[in-house]
Design a protein around this ligand. Structure first.
Ligand code: PGA
Length: 260
């Protein structure tokens, strides 16, 4: 796992965007795994800027989103369909037919989930998966106790997640209780993982993810099992890391390492 700590949210977002841009420059038809929430907004803004000012091209890109609330129609302002359209898809040149987001309104969740998994495979697998982390240590909506080999499925949200997300809804009762989410096993199959976290309220979860044991109680800790997981944190999210000096040292020394 590579841990990169940067002083500000803006710098963290730019560093993560650079990874995505590099993948796209090398592979214009890359498959991107997308995340929602407040964390990746800066990353999306930077990708949009690169698209406008530097010609970063999404014409051949395919995307798969991590999750969606059950029961919200795509035009609901809190749905992840709406979020992705407003904050990213409508701002770049991505083909609408190449966009995949789990359905929150299918009549058959089980067969939808199977189809979603199949589509990821048929499209060649995810090249780079963007991730956030919940204050309970979840990735996507893989709440504590989710199997580390889980696949796309329906999940019941944990209470801390409902509390965290209540800020986006008029009242807590409006937050959906169920979601459809890629599994931890699905996420681990992406070729590169890019996880971002900022703010003090993520510090405990980030320390558990990076330095704690691999456990289904903190599903983000499964990143320790991945051969190319990159974690981008701002100073406050890194506040509880015990090995912070070491991560900074590794980063400083990396440019001088012998080229393989
Ligand atoms: P946030 O959500 O980016 O809104 O903090 C992250 C998550 O729950 O995965």
């Amino acid at each position: 796992m590579e841990v990169v700590v940067l002083p500000t949210y803006a710098e963290m977002s730019k560093a993560a965007a650079a990874i995505v841009a590099n993948v796209l420059n090398e592979k214009p038809n890359a498959v991107l795994g997308m995340a929602t929430g407040s964390t990746p907004l800066g990353l999306y803004q930077e990708l949009v800027r690169m698209h406008r000012e530097e010609g970063l091209d999404f014409a051949q890109v395919t995307t798969f989103n991590l999750d969606e609330y059950v029961g919200l129609r795509p035009n609901h302002p809190q749905s992840y369909h709406y979020f992705m359209h407003e904050n990213f898809f409508k701002l770049v040149n991505i083909a609408p037919t190449n966009i995949y987001i789990p359905s929150g309104t299918t009549s058959n969740y089980r067969s939808f989930c199977d189809w979603y998994e199949r589509r990821i495979t048929e499209c060649g697998g995810i090249d780079v998966q963007i991730l956030g982390i919940g204050s309970d240590g979840h990735i996507a909506f893989n709440e504590p106790g989710s199997s580390l080999s889980s696949r796309t499925r329906l999940k019941t949200l944990a209470k801390p997640t409902i509390d965290d997300n209540a800020r986006f809804f008029e009242q807590r009762e409006d937050v959906p209780i169920y979601a459809i989410t890629m599994g931890v096993g699905t996420i681990l199959e992406a070729r590169t993982l890019v996880l971002l976290a900022n703010g003090k309220n993520k510090a405990t979860a980030c320390a558990a993810m990076v330095e704690g044991p691999v456990t289904s109680m903190i599903t983000a800790s499964a990143l320790q099992l991945h051969p190319d997981a990159r974690v981008f944190l701002d100073d406050s999210a890194a506040g509880e890391l015990k090995m912070r000096d070491y991560y900074d040292w590794v980063r400083r020394k990396k440019p001088d390492a012998p080229q393989t």
